[in-house]
Design a protein around this ligand. Structure first.
Ligand SMILES: NC(=O)c1ccc[n+]([C@@H]2O[C@H](COP(=O)([O-])OP(=O)(O)OC[C@H]3O[C@@H](n4cnc5c(N)ncnc54)[C@H](O)[C@@H]3O)[C@@H](O)[C@H]2O)c1
Ligand SMILES: [Zn+2]
Ligand SMILES: [Zn+2]
Length: 363
């Protein structure tokens, strides 16, 4: 079989690798029908995630078909179409039992394309299949559910739920990449009075409007704090979600928040940010952090099934799975290509449109 193999910083190739085999009775082998690439994969390629060993197949977001299950697997069977999420749950450790499989100490958590071979491949070995995959309803396409593998539960749980978004709130979302846009999309489930999107890129702010932001602010061109204070009668926003991952945007969120408000950090930070306790101590502000747990995935799946949530606008570019290398080039160059998420489809399920045409253009 073939897969996208990481060979150390800056190096990855689509190449032949050994076929997947069951290793544990709780494993399933899944044929990957549709996969996607995450910003985290780009971090890995920059060498920012040294736990990823050269030789590892990348990818932690996919929809596929079960082809084989271990003797202990009882809830999925060959032929089942499943969502394989970025988070695996052992189902037994303290953190899994408390609803935090992202923190799993029993061999799960974020393992695909990190600690074990990932999902940008023709087949994958999926540990703890019973507690880690989600059956996809027949009437939903792969593309409708694919983004439940990471960005939607991340934005919803770490942004919207941690931020405690309530009906009538004014919510500021700093960063309008896939995570910020997914935060806009899922914040709307709680009917905030107003969503303010803040980003340095006008193209991203245009997308933010399409996804449902009421006000957009380019903080490179104007003073975001002054503008937000003007919009909120000098009080600040009820909830500020940090969806970038740099010190300046965390500090901006802390400046935008009203007394008693909530800052939800979603961004992955590589550097220390300053927490201005000298200003915040008296303001009853709550600050949350977190890694996605994906425990809301079944609920988000029901919303898609019920027609209340449509993540397909995230799919901006489509490729055959064997063209994953070209897809990386497009995804890594989002400022020029305007890519949000790329969809990688196995040949058997690529629709009738000639693949070369799809590779060439955005949708
Ligand atoms: N906590 C988690 O579990 C989790 C999971 C997935 C991703 N993340 C993190 O979420 C963050 C966002 O992910 P993404 O895929 O949307 O990233 P992205 O890089 O695609 O988007 C980031 C956006 O921030 C904007 N930006 C950059 N600097 C800015 C600044 N100073 N002010 C305002 N906007 C600025 C960029 O223009 C871009 O639109 C990343 O840090 C990512 O690693 C966290
Ligand atoms: Zn990811
Ligand atoms: Zn566990």
């Amino acid at each position: 079989m073939k897969g996208l193999v990481y060979h150390g910083p800056g190096r990855r190739t689509w190449e032949t690798v050994p076929d997947r085999r069951l290793e544990q009775p709780t494993d399933a082998i899944v044929r990957i029908d549709t996969a996607t690439i995450c910003g985290t994969d780009l971090h890995i390629l920059k060498g920012d995630v040294p736990e990823v060993k050269p030789g590892t197949i990348l990818g932690h977001e996919a929809v596929g078909t079960v082809v084989e299950v271990g003797a202990a697997v009882t809830t999925v069977a060959p032929g089942d179409r499943v969502l394989v999420s970025c988070i695996t749950s052992c189902g037994r450790c303290r953190f899994c039992n408390e609803g935090h499989p992202g923190l799993c100490t029993g061999g799960g958590g974020w393992i695909f394309g990190h600690l074990i071979d990932g999902l940008q491949a023709e087949f994958a070995r999926v540990p703890f299949a019973d507690t880690s995959v989600y059956k996809v309803p027949d009437e939903l396409s792969d593309e409708q559910v694919l983004f439940l593998a990471d960005i939607l539960p991340t934005a919803f749980q770490v942004g919207v739920l941690n931020g405690g978004v309530q009906p009538g709130d004014t919510v500021a979302i700093v960063g309008a990449g896939p995570i910020g846009l997914a935060t806009i999309m899922t914040a709307r489930l709680y009917t905030p009075a107003r969503i303010i999107a803040i980003d340095l890129a006008d193209a991203r702010l245009e997308r933010a409007r399409e996804f449902g932001a009421d006000v957009v602010i380019n903080n490179g061109a104007e003073d975001a704090e002054a503008r937000v204070m003007e919009l909120t009668n000098g009080i600040g926003v009820d909830v500020a979600v940090e969806a970038v991952g740099v010190p300046a945007t965390f500090e901006l969120c802390a400046d935008l928040i009203r007394p008693g408000g909530r800052v939800a950090n979603v961004g992955v930070h590589g550097h220390a940010a300053t927490l201005h306790l000298e200003k915040l101590w008296i303001r009853d502000v709550t600050i949350t952090t977190g890694l996605v747990d994906a425990v809301t995935t079944p609920m988000l799946l029901r919303l898609i099934e019920g027609g209340r949530l449509d993540p397909t606008p995230f799919a901006t570019h489509r490729f055959g799975l064997e063209d994953t290398e070209a897809a990386y080039d497009v995804f890594a160059n989002a400022a020029e290509t305007q890519a949000l998420k790329v969809v990688l489809s196995a040949a058997a399920v690529v629709p009738a449109v000639p693949r070369t045409a799809e590779v060439a253009g955005a949708v």
